[in-house]
Design a protein around this ligand. Structure first.
Ligand code: CMP
Length: 139
């Protein structure tokens, strides 16, 4: 089925001018960028977005990193978009990511891992609504 998933190009990606190279991966795989904006997240915004990780030891550093520079938030649309995007991104830890994935090729570390992608269709809808109004998504 045609799905929408939520994606973030993280501060390590914007800092190294990799947004075009990463977007090319999405488009080559058949995912369409149907919404996109560059923002600098506040601590409150990042803290709430990653609330599920609140009890994890890396939460504080994660929020600090995600607010350390601009990010690009996106909605990707396509066949099986949630799973497809996870395949294109590769494993969270670049050390475990398959060859040819975004994280294998671009990520600096498990924290500065260049991209975020929704882990389920249900979370995709929640995450998209957190950053985008319906009128900002143009399919
Ligand atoms: P993301 O998909 O954005 O979701 C949570 C993020 O926490 C994850 O990608 C990683 O960048 C970051 N993170 C930092 N340390 C860890 C860790 N030890 N385990 C999992 N995620 C981590």
């Amino acid at each position: 089925a045609i799905e929408r998933t939520f994606s973030i190009l993280k501060p390590d990606a914007t800092r190294r001018n990799l947004t075009g190279a990463i977007n090319e991966r999405f488009e080559k795989a058949g995912l369409r960028i149907v919404a996109q904006k560059r923002i600098h997240m506040t601590e409150a915004q990042a803290g709430k977005f990653y609330e599920v990780h609140k009890e994890r030891p890396f939460y504080g550093e994660l929020v600090k990193f995600m607010t350390s520079g601009p990010v690009v938030v996106q909605v990707l649309e396509g066949e099986n978009a949630v799973l497809k995007n996870r395949e294109i991104m590769g494993a969270t830890n670049p050390a475990n990511a398959d060859a040819g994935t975004i994280r294998k090729d671009f990520a600096e570390s498990i924290e500065a891992n260049s991209v975020h992608g929704s882990d389920s269709l249900e979370n995709a809808a929640i995450e998209i609504a957190y950053f985008f109004a319906g009128c900002e998504i143009v399919g």
